[in-house]
Design a protein around this ligand. Structure first.
Ligand SMILES: [Zn+2]
Length: 294
């Protein structure tokens, strides 16, 4: 934990708090090699690619602009709801990208401003239990213990409303970043019903859900059922992959949204490598939950 009681505003400072391991260095070297030999023509493939971030620190703002400029060459940016509708109805006719962001850090406002310049609409998955919190110790504890991240300032409700005024969507990420795989059924149902109600009372029109931590192992079939029973119309993971037309129209509860975690502090060629790889390996199986979550 930090002792100087300040929120992190630079990515390099957040990184300093994490120890760079030999594995991280090896991964960077491997990705540089792979991105050098990957073929960018795959980016022209009709598909929907979901990208999601957590933060845009001061030293990442330019990177988002560069990334959007690069992606706009091959892709049309569409809203999260339009992306979900296109997969469900099997009407993916060209390369599309949609953006989202998890955890509701205050610097997401800046991300929205950059996205606005490209008329790109995102969905911000927030936790109502931390929105508007200003006490440093509470935030430091939440960031360190729950998010396993440096202490970062959070959005308040007025700022959430501002995102909506700009045309972005708000989604649920549970009340306080619950690990659904480790929570009992009654608590999961209660939490999801609560966030659905609170977010719809505060924001209106909230229909998307992204489960915290995002790997299949962080979710459960009980959780999946509770998401749709609570009223949500989509459920997103943080498993990499993109979406192509299914062989039949899909029901909302069948669709397993895959999103690629993107850190703007990364080398842009590494980010593109993941997207090229997804396009190359696109499969209709990506549209469905694994058997363990059905
Ligand atoms: Zn999260």
């Amino acid at each position: 934990m930090l002792t100087d009681r300040r929120f992190i505003t630079y990515y390099r400072d957040a990184e300093q708090l994490k120890k760079k391991t030999v594995r991280t260095y090896m991964r960077d070297i491997a990705l540089t090699g792979l991105s050098f030999i990957s073929n960018a023509k795959y980016l022209d493939k009709p598909r929907i690619q979901f990208l999601y971030i957590h933060h845009i620190f001061k030293d990442e703002e330019k990177k988002l602009d560069i990334l959007l400029k690069r992606l706009s060459k091959n892709h049309q940016f569409i809203s999260y709801s339009d992306a979900v509708d296109k997969i469900l109805s099997g009407t993916i006719d060209k390369p599309y990208i949609t953006f989202s962001s998890d955890d509701g850090f205050k610097n997401n406002l800046r991300a929205a401003e950059v996205l606005n310049e490209y008329n790109a609409k995102a969905c911000f998955f927030i936790n109502p239990g931390i929105v508007g919190e200003t006490d440093f110790d509470t935030i430091n504890k939440y960031c360190t213990e729950t998010l396993r991240f440096a202490p970062v300032d959070f959005l308040n409700w007025a700022e959430v409303t501002q995102l909506q005024k700009w045309g972005h969507e708000i989604g649920s990420h549970t009340m306080k970043h619950m690990n659904i795989a480790k929570t009992n059924e009654a608590e999961i149902i209660d939490d999801l019903q609560q966030t659905y109600r609170i977010l719809n009372e505060r924001c209106g029109g909230v229909k998307h859900f992204a489960f915290p931590f995002g790997r299949f192992s962080d979710f459960s079939s009980i959780g999946r059922k509770a998401v749709f029973d609570a009223g949500f119309g989509s459920c997103a993971t943080a498993e990499r992959g993109c979406h192509i037309n299914h062989y039949k129209p899909l029901g909302n509860a069948e669709l397993c949204i895959r999103r690629d975690h993107t850190v703007l502090g990364w080398d842009i060629n590494h980010i593109l490598y993941f997207l090229i790889n997804n396009a190359k390996n696109a499969s209709i199986n990506n549209n469905l939950f694994p058997d363990s979550l059905k």
